[in-house]
Ligand binder design. Structure first.
Ligand code: ADP
Length: 400
């Protein structure tokens, strides 16, 4: 920790622990550039680690890393820590920031993880069984590695917690709402970053009615008015709304009853279909990766793309209705930032919403891609969730 508020030799780590991956970024006490960033993928017997420095140059991992060290989250974190110690021997770690997918109804801002907070986060695991346990494994690994160092939780749900009741609830008996069965949203760290960027890029638009489309392997859209979330395409779980790489998106709950009653699938089997076998992969029977589908040119790949585009247009229309109109549409996430085709396809036939792309600017991945005369602005903004966590950590531990 800093002595007398002098943070000059301090740094802090940002961790994003998924089921089989650990993304990391190391920040100094000030500055937006990560000193080190990277990820461990396929945590297990075939674990792979890639770390780079602030200039994007590959950083060799610490010497003596043995096969099997990347077999668990804790092992992977230890390899990262030893690598940091090798390359930044004078740096003192003052805090660790964690991406936590679920903050439940109660947490609407980042906070230091106390034993009480940890218990609450563990109790929320049934709300996000495929994500929360891995996030918390990352917290435990960091607590074991850095006893006494503050661990800060930053929630993907927090950005959405102030949405009006009608966009927070389902049409179920009200006891479910009381139990916490609500529309939590997700991708909130990305939305927070993008609304912050919008305030800098276009303050007038940022004060207006904006839909942000975070289109990655996971995908959602959020309606934002004057920087505050109004409605999201994602609901109780990260399954709802848009079609995704392997997730189904919006579905009639009657289909789940059919799977249960007629196909006699167990809940685990249904979860596998909905989370891992659907979306772009399920429709194309080829890949969850949009680049692969764009290149494939097969009828089934085309159908998967058509469905992805249709769902995006429907959600956009619904969210614009919640805002009472639209001043700007912002594309983000791996697909939103990189796919000229998908941006063009989503925007085509939306002239009635004032949306009209400038094809040349779209092809150049310019920040502003709408046509000069268009009533509604369309932008591309590269998201940076780690930086949002970094800024929150600084604020929570008093570095900022
Ligand atoms: P995650 O949700 O896992 O963070 P990303 O935001 O990295 O995912 O997005 C991954 C998606 O972005 C994949 O479907 C990938 O194919 C897509 N993508 C990345 N680059 C391109 C590109 N140039 N053209 C089309 N799709 C792309």
């Amino acid at each position: 920790m800093a002595v007398n508020g002098d943070w000059s030799d301090c740094g802090f780590l940002v961790l994003n622990a998924g089921s089989s991956s650990l993304k990391v970024a190391l920040f100094a006490a000030t500055g937006d550039e990560a000193l080190l960033s990277g990820k461990v993928e396929k945590i297990g017997p075939d674990g792979v680690i890639q770390l780079k420095d602030a200039q994007g140059q590959a950083l060799p991992v610490a010497e003596g890393v043995a096969e099997g060290d990347l077999g668990t989250h804790t092992g992977a974190l230890m390899v990262v820590i030893r690598t940091i110690q090798r390359h930044f021997p004078a740096l003192r770690l003052a805090a660790v920031g964690h991406r936590i997918v679920h903050g439940g109804p109660q947490f609407n801002a980042p906070l230091v993880i106390t034993p009480d907070v940890m218990r609450t986060l563990e109790a929320l695991a049934p709300f996000a069984p495929l994500h929360q346990p891995h996030n918390l494994a990352g917290v435990r690994a960091a607590m074991a590695a850095f006893p006494g160092v503050p661990q800060v939780a930053c929630f993907d749900t927090a950005f959405h917690r102030d949405q009006p009741f009608v966009n927070d609830t389902f049409g179920l008996p009200s006891r479910y709402y009381e139990q916490g069965v609500r529309r939590y949203g997700f991708h909130g760290l990305s939305y927070e970053y993008i609304t912050g960027q919008m305030r800098q890029l276009a303050p007038q638009l940022a004060a207006g009615r904006v839909v942000v489309a975070h289109l990655g392997n996971g995908a959602s859209m959020c309606a934002v008015h004057d920087g505050r979330a109004v409605a999201s395409s994602m609901g109780f779980s990260p399954l709802d709304g848009l079609a995704m790489g392997t997730r189904c998106g919006q579905i009639d709950p009657g289909v789940l009853l059919y799977m249960l009653d007629q196909e006699k699938l167990s809940s685990a089997e249904i979860a596998r279909v909905l989370y891992h076998e659907s979306g772009l992969l399920g429709l194309s029977e080829l890949s969850n990766d949009m680049r692969t589908l764009e290149a494939a040119g097969t009828p089934q790949a085309q159908r998967a793309i058509d469905y992805f585009v249709m769902r995006a247009q429907r959600e956009l229309g619904a969210l614009a209705a919640q805002l009472g109109g639209l001043d700007a549409l912002v594309f983000s996430g791996g697909i939103g930032e990189n796919s000229v085709l998908i941006r063009a396809r989503i925007c085509e036939r939306l002239g009635w919403m004032g949306i009209e792309l400038d094809p040349a600017r779209n092809a150049e991945h310019a920040t502003w891609i709408s046509a000069e005369q268009a009533r509604t602005a369309v932008l591309v903004v590269r998201t940076h969730e780690e930086l949002v966590i970094a800024r929150s950590v600084r604020a929570v531990v008093g570095m900022a």
